[in-house]
Design a protein around this ligand. Structure first.
Ligand code: GLN
Length: 303
């Protein structure tokens, strides 16, 4: 397993140069285009890593899965889906377009920025710090890593340049979907800056693959919520590349602009990938190809 992973990482590293590191969040520019690493955590208890797997990255949009889980655990499906939909958009992750043309301010799904901002506004807690701590606690129990924290630099960098997200949030406020814009954004920018490694992502993927049971065997997320978020990962997890990804790879996965991908093969394994060079859709260019290769090799497609 390790040798196969290593071989496909070496093969796909060359593809990474076709992509570009996200630059709209200045701190993310520091990542290297050549970085590519992955960890696989299986239901049998094996943890296998290859390439630049110890690279630390921020979760970015992978955190949208965490907040969706927490909001569902806190408030239940009815309340959550009264403020965010269940349909893919086919638009870029930070698009404002559908919010306006549909004349309905309810964002189409929780995996795009508008939807994730609406979900973050539902996280229960006394303060932003308290809510962030609850999100990080969920990451800690799902990954089995008690040391999870967030990057102040990346958070501040995004907060300083996050005008598109500010625009989305003010639009949501205008239509009564959220209240305190700056507070919600403050939480959203911080959750995006939670720092993880491939192993953390693989273990989170494994936890979802085991229907909410983490690597230590503890049920930390209700099974029906684990199933629900994996379904969102299939339909919306790779933004406007979700359809092609489902066909070529066929694994529930969620990407982030840091080049992170968290993938979950039901009952079998979780996979964490780091590859900061992104394609036009904002997904790790080499990471997607790597997953395509290993999905074929190990017959991982769920379809
Ligand atoms: N923090 C990023 C943003 O809001 C997350 C987007 C992403 O990872 N695609 O723009």
């Amino acid at each position: 397993m390790q040798k196969t992973l290593q071989r496909y990482i070496e093969k796909n590293r060359a593809i990474a140069v076709q992509g570009e590191v996200a630059d709209y969040i200045p701190e993310l520019r520091k990542a290297s285009v050549n970085t590519l690493g992955a960890t696989v955590a299986t239901a049998d208890g094996d943890v296998v890593s290859a390439g630049d797997c110890s690279t630390q990255m921020t979760m970015q949009s992978v955190s949208k899965v965490m907040t969706l889980i927490l909001a569902l655990m806190d408030l239940g499906e009815e309340a959550v889906f009264s403020r965010v939909g269940m349909e893919p958009t086919g638009d870029p992750f930070n698009s404002i377009y559908k919010l306006e043309v549909r004349r309905e301010a309810k964002p189409l799904n929780p995996m795009i920025n508008a939807g994730a901002i609406a979900v973050s506004s539902m996280i229960v807690g006394k303060s932003v710090e308290d809510r962030l701590e609850r999100i990080m606690d969920l990451v800690r129990v799902m990954s089995g890593n008690p040391d999870i924290s967030y990057s102040r630099e990346v958070y501040e960098s995004e907060a300083a340049y996050g005008d598109r997200n500010r625009a989305l949030a003010y639009f949501l406020k205008e239509h009564g979907m959220i209240e305190d814009v700056e507070e919600v954004l403050d939480l959203y920018f911080r959750q995006c800056a939670i720092v993880v490694t491939c192993e953390d992502l693989a273990k989170i993927g494994l936890c979802l693959a085991q229907f909410g049971r983490n690597a230590e065997g503890r049920q930390v997320v209700p099974p029906d919520i684990a199933r629900l978020v994996k379904t969102f990962m299939v339909t919306c997890g790779m933004y406007d590349e979700s359809g092609e990804f489902a066909i070529r790879v066929g694994i529930p996965a969620k990407s982030g602009v840091s080049g992170a991908i968290m993938a979950s093969v039901p009952n079998r394994m979780g996979i964490g990938v780091v590859g900061p060079a992104l394609n036009k859709r904002g997904n790790s260019v080499a990471g997607v190809k790597l997953l395509e290769d290993i999905a074929r090799e190990w017959e991982l497609s769920i379809f």
